[in-house]
Design a protein around this ligand. Structure first.
Ligand code: MN
Length: 202
């Protein structure tokens, strides 16, 4: 089953060139559990990738602005191809020229608790769940919209509970936590895309 669900993931990637897992080896994430991970991805545009283990793959959404703890700040979450379970522990540098080129870090991870049957909820386009991560916790929902797009457009929304924050403070966690890594990575990852045209013998 995972093989069929991973067809798109594999088609997009050249595993001789990218350090990303092909999904053939099992590692990191226990099958049958409810693992979640949020990657910070310095691709052409910096974004977060939100992934929930459902069955034997990680269902994945690209969240341009990252999750917000403010229930009023609904975040666009574009559904992308399922990723293999062993992507759950992946961090690395996808070389330029490859799909999704740029650095990938784990920004948060933990377990999640679906409210009801997740397969059914995903089909219906309304998934409610609890996150138990280091940065993200409390209740959340993912709601599929009718916005036009090549891929399904969802909204990732924090529920009103004790883990919610409002106002600008709601986004401090995402921004402040990765700014340090962004600074330290800049010398190695950021210039890579721009290095080629600027390369000259010194
Ligand atoms: Mn990404």
């Amino acid at each position: 089953m995972a093989t069929a669900r991973l067809r798109t993931y594999r088609r997009k990637r050249d595993f001789d060139a990218t350090p990303e897992p092909s999904g053939e080896a099992r590692g990191g994430v226990t099958p049958g559990g409810h693992y979640f991970v949020v990657h910070l991805h310095h691709a052409r545009s910096v974004h977060y990738d939100f992934r929930l283990q459902v069955g034997d793959t990680l269902r994945s959404w690209a969240v341009p602005k990252g999750p917000s703890l403010d229930p009023a700040r609904k975040r666009l979450a574009v559904q992308v191809e399922d990723h293999p379970l062993d992507y759950g522990t992946f961090e690395g540098d996808i070389p330029s020229g490859q799909y999704g080129a740029g650095k990938v870090w784990i920004w948060d991870r933990g377990t999640w608790v679906p409210h009801g049957d997740p397969e059914k909820a995903l089909k219906e386009g309304h998934l409610s769940f609890t996150l138990e991560g280091k940065r993200l916790s409390g209740d959340w929902s993912l709601i599929r919209t009718r916005l036009a797009g090549r891929q399904p457009q969802w909204l990732l929304i924090k529920a009103r509970d004790a883990a919610a924050r409002t106002g600008d403070g709601a986004d401090d966690t995402p921004l402040s936590k990765w700014s340090g890594r962004r600074r330290s990575s800049r010398s190695t990852s950021r210039p890579q895309a721009k290095r080629a045209p600027a390369r000259r013998v010194k």
